[in-house]
Design a protein around this ligand. Structure first.
Ligand SMILES: Cc1cc2nc3c(=O)[nH]c(=O)nc-3n(C[C@H](O)[C@H](O)[C@H](O)COP(=O)(O)O)c2cc1C
Length: 223
């Protein structure tokens, strides 16, 4: 195993993926939308979330003026539209229309919500914090909606189309998937049992199957 030294700027991509957000804004009847990968939950009570946005983006000005924004969470069906919204500014361009996106009215704010997304978070602007070369817009969550098929207390990840899109960097994206359940068991000394005998058996079976497949040159996926 080789440990490779990375650049300090790689930290941001190693901390991805989280669901990519399309941040929508509205100011005096003109709406805009931009994909934002740097978002974070910040507080439970009050419920606060952060969107880290370069001050040069039109979205940053729109949030400052309107003092609100919405976070729309797309699935893989909106891959191209999400990427497209990140290629140009909405300063002098109706990007939402150019992307062929439909919107619907939010419940508590003016910013529109994007049809076809999996979840929507409406925020009032709570704080603006300059951080390095970006600005953290702290949103006070005022309404949250999610698709039943996609979310129930956690992302369900039951189907690809209802799983959130995550951003890896450049033009690369992924779909969140393969949910795992962390069952924590400890031995009599309080030490974590990293692998139970049953898990070991399962792993060995899986590895044997993979070896067999590789030997046959069979690259078709197991159902
Ligand atoms: C997937 C993706 C994620 C992005 N994440 C961020 C981000 O976290 N913060 C940011 O300032 N810009 C981010 N960008 C860049 C903006 O979306 C891009 O500059 C966009 O054109 C800004 O539009 P606007 O000027 O209409 O606000 C991202 C772009 C893409 C494609």
């Amino acid at each position: 195993m080789v440990r490779r030294l990375c650049d300090e700027t790689d930290a941001r991509r190693l901390l991805n993926p989280g669901p990519v957000a399309i941040v929508t804004t509205d100011w005096r009847g003109t709406a805009n939308a931009a994909p934002i990968a740097w978002t974070a939950p910040l507080s439970m009570a009050p419920p606060l979330v952060g969107a880290v946005i370069h001050p040069g983006r039109h979205t940053a000005a729109m949030i400052r003026f309107s003092e609100e924004f919405a976070i729309n969470i797309p699935g893989p069906a909106l891959l191209k539209q999400t990427a497209f919204l990140g290629t140009q500014t909405g300063l002098d361009n109706d990007k939402i229309a150019a992307a062929g996106l439909q919107t619907f009215a939010a419940q508590r704010i003016e910013a529109p919500l994007i049809e076809g997304c999996l979840a929507w978070i409406e925020c009032g602007l709570q704080d603006v914090i300059p951080i390095g070369d970006h600005t953290m817009f702290v949103g006070r969550v005022v309404k949250v909606q999610a698709m039943d098929e996609a979310y129930a207390q956690t992302w369900l990840l039951e189907s690809r189309e209802h799983s959130p899109l995550v951003y890896l960097g450049g033009t690369k994206y992924a779909v969140l998937g393969d949910p795992l359940e962390a069952v924590i068991e400890v031995d009599e000394h309080g030490k974590l049992i990293a692998e139970t005998p049953e898990e070991r058996e399962e792993r060995e079976e899986r590895e044997a199957q993979e070896r067999e497949q590789a030997e046959r040159g069979d690259t078709t996926e197991q159902p």
